[in-house]
Design a protein around this ligand. Sequence first.
Ligand SMILES: Cc1cc2nc3c(=O)[nH]c(=O)nc-3n(C[C@H](O)[C@H](O)[C@H](O)COP(=O)(O)O)c2cc1C
Length: 305
Amino acid sequence: MSLAINIAGVKFENPIWAASGTFGTGEEFLDFVDLDKIGAVVTKTVTLEARVGNPAPRIVETASGMLNSIGLENKGIDHCVKETIPFLRKYRTKIVVSIAGNGLSDYTECARRLSGKNAPDMIEINLSCPNVTHKGAKHALFAQDGALTGEIVRAVKRETDIPSITKLTPNVTDITEIAIAAEKAGTDALALVNTYFGMAIDSGTGKPVLGRVTGGLSGPAIKPMALKAVYDVYKKVKVPIIGIGGIMTAECAVEFMLAGARAIQVGTANFVDPRSTMKILQGVEAHLGEKGIKDINELTGKAHG
Ligand SMILES: Cc1cc2nc3c(=O)[nH]c(=O)nc-3n(C[C@H](O)[C@H](O)[C@H](O)COP(=O)(O)O)c2cc1C
């Protein structure tokens, strides 16, 4: 039985990855997860300079999910190149570094700094963080604008040979339009989805709960919507899709693959059970065995008939 997948020439041992922002650098999970086993670790999004993130409280539990407004707290791209990548290189897991910035030149500079001796296997271009503000931008998120998405993807592609994944927001009228724009600009793969805009208000104090007022919703609450996003985008693009959103079990992972995902990322589940990625991997393997499927790639898109 083969669980191996190939995205843009990069061979992953399996399609079960840890999602950005929910798995630290991987080091925090060493007591729970065998980093030789999971397909890839997507790092917390890094920016050119270190950031402290948003005011507390930054996390609140909701029915079937959680809201976060972390705001890209990170130690900056140079720290990632010097510390995070060499740490992860000790393991067989593939390394995907997630990058973000205030504008196009931040993205290209991050890509440039990643392209030296300690290069990751792939770059995830995060155009969809709901918890930061871009001065003067027409939209709250870069990935709400197809033209801007295309521009940033093209610029990163020009800057580096490292294959890229473009991470999209579901906070748009039609995510397929943005996916097509990213594909036309040359992205090697798409990751969907990031969190959905949301908020919580405390009826007792009468005030918003999150320090930044609004945040991003994740977890089982978003799964049916994220699944539909993958299903819809699969019909419109040829590049591989990485499915994300409320994947808590092996069954969820299989459903995303049937909808069209080549790989999946586990996010909020890591907070519920830090062993989630390992358990999902074992469960997917068992599923293939039960169904007599020899190659996991056979699952991708099967729900489309
Ligand atoms: C606490 C927290 C922090 C996150 N930080 C990032 C981030 O830095 N970059 C990013 O692309 N996505 C970030 N995300 C979004 C996740 O990677 C994922 O796209 C989203 O949570 C949906 O998946 P899930 O429902 O499995 O959590 C974060 C999510 C959470 C819950």
